[in-house]
Design a protein around this ligand. Structure first.
Ligand SMILES: Nc1ncnc2c1ncn2[C@@H]1O[C@H](COP(=O)(O)OP(=O)(O)OP(=O)(O)O)[C@@H](O)[C@H]1O
Ligand SMILES: [Mg+2]
Length: 256
C-alpha cells in the first residue's frame, strides 16, 4: 500500500481538493483507496457528500477512544473509494492526547490493526503542524505538498521541510517527499510562472509535470458533495486531476 500524507501548513493551498480528486480518479482506475480526513474542518468529508454532524464514528473515535478503524470507515458514492471521516470534535483531540504516551503514532498503530487491503491511503492534513499532522507523518511513507502558485506560497516552506526532516530522523525513517503539486496555476500570470520556476528549481523531478490550473469547477464541486470528475467531467479541473492521477500511478518513486 502506498501511504501518502498531503500536507502544507499554509491554509488553502489545495490539500483537500487534491486528496478528494486524486483519490476519486485512482478509485475510478480500479485502485482501492482509503482517504483519511485528519482535519477538524472536515472538508474532505463534506466534499464527499457527508454531513459531519451525521457522521457516527470518525477518526476522532479512532484516535481518542481507540475504536477499531473498521468501525469508523465509510463507503462513499464512488466505488473503491473509502473514507475515514472527520467531525468537529477532532479539534480538541490535540489537547486530549497531550499526556498520552506515543501520541504521535496512534493513527499508524490503529491502521496496522486494520486488516483490509487498500492500494492507497491518502491523508488530508489540517493547515498546521500539530499532533494531527504528526500522526499523518508517522503513518505515511510519502508526502505530497500542494503549493499554490502565488506570492506567499514559499513562505514557511523551509520550516515545513525542517519539520519533515526531524520526523524522518526521529520517528519515521521511511518518510520522504515524493511529490510537489503546483495548484491554482494560471499560465497567463507572471507570478504563477515565477513560483512554478522557483519550486522546480528547488525540488527538481519531485514536481509533478501536471499543474493544476485555477478552475472554478474545482471550487464548486465540494458544494455538490462530489469529486470534480462527477460534477464537471469536461472541466479543466477534471482534466488536470485525471492527468495527475495517471502520473501518480506511473511515477517511479525516487528516494530522497
Ligand atoms: N485549482 C483550483 N482552482 C480554483 N479553486 C481551487 C483550486 N483548488 C482549490 N480551490 C479552492 O480553493 C480553496 C482552498 O482549497 P482547498 O480547500 O483544497 O485547500 P486546503 O489546503 O485543503 O485548505 P485548508 O488549509 O483550509 O485545509 C477551496 O475553496 C477550493 O475549492
Ligand atoms: Mg483542507
Amino acid at each position: 500500500m502506498r501511504k501518502i500524507a498531503v500536507i502544507n501548513q499554509k491554509g488553502g493551498s489545495g490539500k483537500t481538493t487534491t486528496v478528494v480528486n486524486l483519490g476519486a480518479y485512482l478509485a475510478e482506475k480500479g485502485k482501492r483507496v482509503l482517504l483519511a480526513d485528519l482535519d477538524p474542518q472536515s472538508h474532505t468529508t463534506i466534499h464527499l457528500g457527508m454531513e459531519p454532524p451525521s457522521v457516527r464514528n470518525s477518526v476522532y473515535d479512532v484516535l481518542i477512544k481507540k475504536m477499531p478503524v473498521s468501525e469508523a470507515v465509510s463507503e462513499t458514492y464512488q466505488k473503491n473509494l473509502f473514507l475515514l471521516p472527520s467531525k468537529i470534535e477532532l479539534a480538541s483531540a490535540e489537547i486530549e492526547l497531550v499526556n498520552e504516551i506515543g501520541r504521535e503514532i496512534i493513527l499508524r498503530d490503529m491502521l496496522r490493526k486494520y486488516r483490509q487491503n487498500f492500494d492507497y491511503l491518502i491523508i488530508d492534513c489540517p493547515p498546521s503542524v500539530g499532533l494531527l499532522t504528526l500522526n499523518a507523518l508517522t503513518t505515511a511513507d510519502e508526502i505530497f505538498i500542494p503549493i499554490q502558485a502565488e506570492f506567499f506560497a514559499l513562505e514557511g516552506l523551509t520550516k515545513l521541510l525542517q519539520t519533515i526532516e526531524i520526523i524522518r530522523d526521529r520517528l519515521n525513517t521511511s518518510l520522504r517527499i515524493s511529490g510537489i503539486i503546483i495548484t491554482m496555476y494560471d499560465e497567463r500570470k507572471n507570478i504563477c510562472r515565477d513560483v512554478a520556476a522557483k519550486v522546480t528549481d528547488h525540488f527538481g523531478k519531485k514536481v509533478f509535470k501536471t499543474r493544476i490550473r485555477e478552475n472554478v469547477r474545482l471550487a464548486e464541486a465540494p458544494g455538490f458533495g462530489k469529486a470534480v470528475k462527477d460534477f464537471a467531467p469536461g472541466s479543466h479541473g477534471a482534466d488536470d486531476y485525471r492527468k495527475l492521477a495517471a502520473e501518480v500511478l506511473k511515477k517511479k518513486e525516487e528516494r530522497r
